[in-house]
Design a protein. Sequence first.
Length: 47
Amino acid sequence: LFRPEDTQIFEARDVIWAWALLAVGAAVTLWGLKELIVPAAVVRADA
C-alpha cells in the first residue's frame, strides 16, 4: 500500500486535535480544582 518511508505517523489535524483536547482537559481540571478549593456561592432558596 505505502512504502514505510512514505508513511506519516501523525497528521497535522491529529496534532491540532490532541493539543485542543489537552487544553480543554487542563481547563476543566483547573476549574474543578478551583471549585474544590474555593466553591462558588450558591443562592439560598429561603433567604
